[in-house]
Write a protein that binds this ligand. Structure first.
Ligand code: ZN
Ligand code: ZN
Length: 324
């Protein structure tokens, strides 16, 4: 399913199978999650896209061809292919353990072809070996909603009272992680979205309400997954002195002006960008240990446009996954 031009539907296209080059693997896609970032790519909201491009960066697949110079992966192995598709390895960010901020990265489904396909090619060094435990469809949302959610959770610090703004794929996974860590989760949804609030409570949120409501306690930290800049001052007002607000999305509408006392008393506002491979290894190990259960809505590959439309409209709880 190819995006030929921003703001046009994806088009089912038959392409010849490519062979993996040096350092690459080819995988038969078993499942690919649909992420909010895919909507930003399709809507032309991110700079410097490659087009045409195959979107999709929550890929679970099985290797069916291995290029030269690949270590540790073989035909038949099941792997996950995440958003971070390649880094330069030499810039000051790569050399200081911050490859998520690489100066010359490639991103799966954005600047290199992704997983809305029957087959895709990845840089082998950025694929995660998955083993055979767990269904591919259930695992797919872990590859971005889970991984980048994990990075956002680490950035939020270790406070007990954690707010999550926007209760989609990432929040439904992170609630399980935070509960396992012994934290209390306060879930904020669109005002009046009682279905999402009930879903949040069913996963262990101690409180769920509209984003316009104040939580019953001052929060230690809040993570904003929704793409709405208006939520930033809301979240800053909901956190305690010394608390931190983490913006976890790649794109957000403009943040409105707010009085300085909303930020004062050492409150912090930060963003999270991309992931490192270390984040992925940590999180996938933890997810297996916790036994995270994802809520997924399945779509056939040729229903990718429908899946994107349903994500945009908030027509399902949890995550959408394409199954070729
Ligand atoms: Zn780099
Ligand atoms: Zn994503």
């Amino acid at each position: 399913m190819i995006l030929n031009h921003a703001r046009t539907p994806l088009v089912w296209t038959d392409l010849p199978d490519r062979l993996p080059g040096h350092g690459e693997i080819r995988v038969q896609v078993l499942a690919c999650g649909v992420c909010r970032t895919d909507l930003h790519v399709v809507d032309g909201e991110l700079p410097h896209p490659n087009s045409p491009i195959v979107p999709g960066h929550e890929v679970i697949g099985r290797i069916d061809a291995v290029g030269s110079g690949v270590d540790g992966l073989a035909v038949g192995d099941r792997v996950g292919i995440p958003w971070l598709g390649h880094t330069c390895g030499v810039c000051r960010f790569c050399r200081s353990g911050r490859e998520n901020l690489c100066d010359a990265p490639l991103f799966t489904g954005y600047t290199r072809d992704g997983g809305f396909a029957t087959s895709t090619i990845a840089d082998a060094r950025f694929a995660f070996p998955l083993g055979e435990t767990g269904d591919a469809v259930d695992l797919a949302p872990l590859l971005c909603a889970g991984l980048i959610g994990w990075r956002a959770l680490k950035l939020a610090g270790e406070g007990k009272h954690l707010g999550l703004y926007g209760f989609g794929a990432a929040a439904h996974i992170l609630t399980q992680v935070a509960r396992w860590q012994g934290r209390e989760v306060y879930a904020f949804t669109r005002p009046g979205d009682h279905t999402a609030q009930a879903f949040a409570r069913s996963l262990g949120a101690i409180w769920a309400g509209g984003s316009d409501e104040a939580p019953p306690v001052a929060l230690d930290a809040a993570i904003i997954f929704a793409t709405v800049g208006d939520l930033v001052p809301c979240a800053l007002r909901a956190i305690d002195k010394g608390g931190r607000v983490v913006c976890a999305g790649i794109h957000m509408s403009d943040i409105p002006a707010f009085p300085y006392d909303v930020l004062w008393e050492e409150r912090q506002l930060v963003s999270v960008a991309n992931l490192t491979r270390q984040d992925g290894l940590e999180f996938l190990k933890l997810a297996a240990q916790i036994g995270i259960v994802t809520t997924v809505t399945r779509y056939r590959l040729d229903q990718a446009n429908q899946a994107l439309a349903d994500l945009r409209a908030g027509r399902f709880e949890g995550a959408a996954v394409l199954v070729p």
